[in-house]
Design a protein around this ligand. Structure first.
Ligand code: SER
Length: 623
């Protein structure tokens, strides 16, 4: 049985012996990169060196990078996905290329003494099929290298052209060993496929290695099995990116000034393969965590708790604090989901301290984990969550008593009461109550919950997500209207609006030019409401009720009988509630909006001018 410690050490030693300098893992929270929430691959902190800046340690470096992929949260629970993982990496900055990379990798993977000792008969590889759009050709060179490497082990490696995942699931293995796939599978850049890459971004064709666990194919995943099939037979264990292209302003591709290799291999996955055990949760870094989760929880839940606990320990140790935005929001979701399961476990409560001790132990000598920091952050969030969860559960019980929980209810339990939606569904299922998932998702989409898209989006590309910026501007727009009324008087009415990803524009009725003082005061009010991090709550009410609540609507607009209104806290506006006036802003609006105003950022008025008699126009931005 291999441990992650053994595989990590062997890998670093192997590449050290081949001229690589071992460099430390960077933090999970990227430095100097406001567009990305987490370090999700080994190459991320090394982008400048891939683009040509000389690396202080030379042209060959290697490491094990702690990584976190928020976009995989929903995948956790199967036998192979985790949010946190370590990525073994080796890089050539304009030094060696395909020949050395593939030969060394194959040697490391198959060597019993110095590598992970995998049986080469269980290895299958993929290469880039070529792409007419970018003009980057099929990677024939890698096909040739792989053929030779397999033949040296007495394996005749047949090459099969699949082209796409769809073709793979139709045509299957066909006795092949080397398979080609298109840009969706065998092109790597931080932003994904070439068309998604911004100008200046490096990328290139890649070659992936898969381990075959020999399990039988599950036709749920396609007629035929092939390396990129999700049925669980094949596990991707490593990816060699031949990073030699850069996207140009006009959308075409040019060669980078140097040819690079960016290899990334999943430490946990290689360890699972070395143990010939397809369940990644059986490795030494995860099994003891799964074992410490109370036994009355289902396997999937135990895996989720184990994964989330390990991820949160590493995030907290790298300085992330639970909050309502950015990285902190992702951490909060992980924590609250795991804590929710504690409630499910009932009396046989999860002992977080004991999980933490185990994690510190497994990583001893590799990562310094401060149990003091982790425990204090954990305890604080735990006590906050305990009170929220009580209210949420009370609300849940009310609904469960009636025996009906709509998708919208599930959404409100999530957005207003902070109850993790995954568990609302589970709880409901336990009571034989069906919740309409589609309706829930529709609500969720309407509300376009900012932090989540921000984290997934930022991870995927390391790039600013325009729709997210627009969402922030939408909410800022509501705050602005209210602030204008407070400063200029209640006669201010909205007369038009337009929002792009860059700025918002609002036309409003008002007699004169705004003074500088007035503009500053409006800015100050909006910013203070952002800083208060008020909840943004959507409800659907009859139009006349919304009118009674004095919800703002645009002059001359026609509205249906039932309307969607957005209230911006601290209280939701309802007719029953005599305190509804505490709502800062209430407007007829279809959204989307951020969930909490804190996600908006810094608000700034750019310009205020006249557009017609008695109508002013204001432009503002958020950053
Ligand atoms: N950057 C590539 C990946 O993340 C290889 O390191 O898969």
């Amino acid at each position: 049985m291999y441990t992650i410690g053994e595989i990590r050490e062997r890998y670093l030693e192997f590449f050290k012996a081949r001229g690589h300098v071992v460099i430390p893992s960077a933090s999970l929270v990227p430095e100097n990169d406001p567009t990305t929430l987490f370090t999700g691959s080994g190459m991320q902190p090394l982008v400048p060196y891939l683009l040509g800046t000389p690396h202080p340690e030379g042209k060959r470096v290697t490491n094990s990078q702690r990584s976190f992929r928020a976009e995989d949260i929903d995948e956790v629970g199967d036998n192979r996905h985790t949010t946190f993982f370590e990525m073994l990496g080796n890089w050539s900055f304009g030094d060696y290329f395909k020949q050395e990379q593939l030969s060394w990798l194959f040697e490391f993977l198959t060597d019993k003494e110095r590598g992970s000792g995998l049986d080469p008969h269980n290895l299958y590889v993929t290469v880039f099929a070529g792409d007419p759009e970018t003009g980057v050709p099929r990677d024939e060179e890698s096909v040739g290298i792989w053929r030779k490497l397999f033949s040296e082990k007495g394996i005749k490696a047949k090459y099969v052209e699949l082209g796409s995942e769809e073709e793979g699931s139709k045509q299957g293995m066909q006795g092949g060993r080397i398979f080609s796939y298109d840009v969706k599978k065998n092109w790597w850049s931080r932003a994904g496929v070439p068309s998604k890459m911004p100008a200046g971004e490096p990328g290139g064709p890649d070659s992936e290695v898969f381990y075959d666990f020999g399990s039988s194919h599950d036709p749920k995943f396609g007629v035929e099995c092939h390396p990129n099939c999700d049925c669980g037979r094949f596990l991707e264990i490593g990816n060699s990116v031949f990073m030699e292209y850069k996207k140009k302003e006009d959308g075409s591709f040019e060669k980078l000034i140097q040819r690079n290799v960016d290899f990334g291999g999943g430490l946990e996955r290689i360890t699972a393969a070395a143990n010939n055990d397809p369940d990644i949760f059986h490795i030494d870094a995860l099994a003891p965590l799964v074992d410490r989760v109370p036994n009355n929880l289902p396997v999937k839940t135990k895996r989720i708790v184990a994964d989330h606990s390990r991820a949160m320990v590493f995030l907290m140790n790298d300085g992330v604090k639970p909050s309502n935005k950015g990285a902190g929001y992702v951490l909060r979701r992980l924590m609250r989901r795991a804590m929710m399961y504690e409630y499910l476990a009932g009396d046989s409560r999860l002992n977080f301290r004991s999980l933490l001790e185990k994690i510190i132990n497994v990583y001893h000598g590799v990562y310094d984990i401060s149990s003091e920091t982790v425990l204090s952050v954990y305890n604080e969030e735990h006590s906050k969550f305990s009170s929220t969860v009580k209210n949420g559960l009370k609300e849940f019980e009310k609904l469960a008593k009636i025996g009906a929980i709509s998708g919208k209810d599930a959404f409100i339990l999530f957005s207003t009461y902070g109850l993790p939606y995954e568990t609302t569904f589970e709880f409901a299922k336990d009571r034989n109550i069906e919740v309409n998932k589609e309706e829930f998702e529709k609500e969720m989409k309407k509300h376009q919950e900012l932090s989540r898209t921000a984290s997934a989006g930022a991870f995927k590309g390391g790039l600013a997500d325009h729709s997210e910026k627009t969402t922030r501007l939408h909410t800022a727009h509501h705050l602005l209207l209210k602030a204008l009324q407070l400063v200029l008087g209640n006669e201010v009415k909205q007369r038009g609006s337009n929002i792009t990803s860059e700025r918002l524009r609002m036309d409003f009725s008002y007699g004169g030019k705004m003074t500088d003082e007035q503009k500053q005061e409006v800015e100050r009010i909006v910013q203070s409401k952002i800083d208060e991090d008020l909840p943004v709550i959507r409800s659907e009410v009859p139009r006349d009720e919304a009118e009674k609540l004095h919800a703002e609507h645009e002059f001359g607009q026609k509205y249906p009988d039932r309307v969607s209104v957005y209230s911006i806290g601290p209280k939701e506006a309802t007719l029953e509630d005599p305190q509804f006036e505490k709502t800062f802003s209430i407007e007829f609006c279809g959204g989307p909006h951020v969930v909490h105003t804190g996600a908006i950022g810094r608000f700034k008025i750019m310009k205020e001018e006249a557009v017609a008699a008695g109508i002013r126009r204001i432009r503002a931005m958020v950053e």
